[in-house]
Design a protein around this ligand. Structure first.
Ligand code: GLU
Length: 399
């Protein structure tokens, strides 16, 4: 391999695996191929009309054409504080909030703010593809702690205890989880929260799927379960997933004052304020009627059941029932290490390529999130497509 002329830090970054698979699927579709994509973690619904109306009104107002405070519009930070109080059980002033370009920038800034050269970050896996790369960019390294389907993809304090070292600076806690859809129970959340508290490390809690839960479960915030974590806890959230606003790019971070100050300095050199029109839209989302959101959640719940039922009928797919987000994470180890249709399939990466090639169905291989042996399917697509895609996969593996 020729040596890169880029900086070592940038040369070492892998592209986002989720965006890569999604891009490939979209490109094939654009060529006219009948691809069905379970790749993107993106609701297929349009943004609610009252949010769009607020944005249209905002764009007409010259005050929104100007720079504003880089930490976000005061009204939006107040609305985020109210949401955080309601859903995460944390009472914070708006000064402990920064509005970011999507939840992704909030995660990035949180990691940049607390992780430095030589620091380790505990990452329960399977985990979203970008955390590891972001940790790397900050000069840190990731200690993966894996939980398989046998433990419902949820780690225990004992596993974390076995992995922590004196260099551990922080842990990622994500419930509901992307990619598994697992939701930690209040007791499990408390046990992990108490363990974190006893270690004095930071916890970055990614709560972007907080409102997408099913079967009557509640995703309890780790800081709600263990309030003494407040000074070590960074919450990340956004409007993308629950309000069908992925393209608007509005997220936020709720954190101790020094972390917010650091993130605000970073953001002041990076992107300044988030697009004001998008912030006004997010304000309308957070303060407006919640019925459309509940409709989305109900639709996801219905598709979740359909997806689990259909996919469980595919030979070799073990499918635990997820209780949150909009993903199923199937264990496909049974299908590996053998030939299918004349092609040797050793890893879930091979399997995903094979499925895209032969059935024109895009799924994300487990390698994007942790060990091989799993595949992630997003069920944020229409019922008909959802059933047809699984039918095509099933045809490939029925002997
Ligand atoms: N978070 C979503 C996913 O996991 C969107 C793509 C991305 O940003 O990774 O698919």
């Amino acid at each position: 391999m020729t040596e890169s002329r880029l900086s070592p830090r940038i040369a070492a970054i892998a592209p986002s695996a989720t965006l890569k698979v999604d891009g490939k699927a979209k490109a094939l579709k654009a060529e006219g191929r009948p691809v069905i994509s379970y790749a993107a973690g993106e609701p297929d619904f349009a943004t609610p009309q009252h949010v769009i109306d607020a944005a249209v009104e905002a764009v007409q107002d010259p005050k929104n054409h100007k720079y504003t405070a880089n930490t976000g519009l005061p009204e939006l930070r107040d609305a985020i504080a109210a949401k955080t109080r309601r859903d995460s059980g944390l009472d914070v002033p708006a000064s402990r909030i920064i509005v970011t370009n999507g939840g992704k920038q909030a995660v990035f800034e949180a990691i940049q703010a607390v992780v430095g050269d030589g620091d380790e970050v505990l990452l329960p896996t399977p985990a979203w593809t970008s955390y590891t790369e972001m940790i790397k960019i900050a000069g840190g390294s990731t200690i993966e702690v894996f939980a398989g389907a046998d433990q419902e993809y949820k780690v225990t304090p004992e596993q974390l205890e076995a992995a922590i070292t004196p260099s551990t600076k922080a842990i990622l806690f994500v419930s509901p989880s992307n990619p598994t859809g697992a939701v930690y129970s209040p007791e499990e959340t408390r046990a992990i929260g108490e363990w974190i508290d006893s270690k004095g490390i930071f916890v970055i809690a990614d709560e972007i799927y907080q409102n997408l839960v099913y079967d009557g479960v509640k995703a309890v915030s780790i800081v709600d379960a263990v309030p003494t974590l407040d000074n070590k806890c960074i919450l990340v959230n956004g409007v993308a997933k629950s309000f069908a606003m992925t393209g608007w790019r509005v997220g936020w971070m709720v954190a101790p004052a020094d972390v917010i100050a650091g993130a605000a300095n970073l953001q002041s050199h990076l992107t300044s304020n988030v697009n004001n029109v998008a912030q006004r839209a997010a304000l309308a989302a957070l303060t407006g009627p919640m019925e459309p959101i509940e409709e989305f959640r109900k639709a996801f719940d219905r598709r979740r059941k359909l997806m689990v039922k259909e996919l469980s009928e595919v030979p070799g797919f073990k499918v635990p029932t997820p209780q949150g987000a909009f993903y199923v994470y199937a264990d496909v180890t049974e299908l590996l290490g053998r030939e299918w249709g004349g092609v040797k399939i050793d890893t879930s990466l091979d399997l995903a390529d094979y499925i895209l090639d032969k059935a024109e169905v895009a799924i994300v291989p487990g390698e994007a999130f942790g060990p091989s042996g799993y595949v992630r399917l997003s069920y944020a697509l229409g019922d008909e497509q959802l059933v047809e895609g699984v039918r095509r996969i099933k045809a490939l593996f029925t002997e």
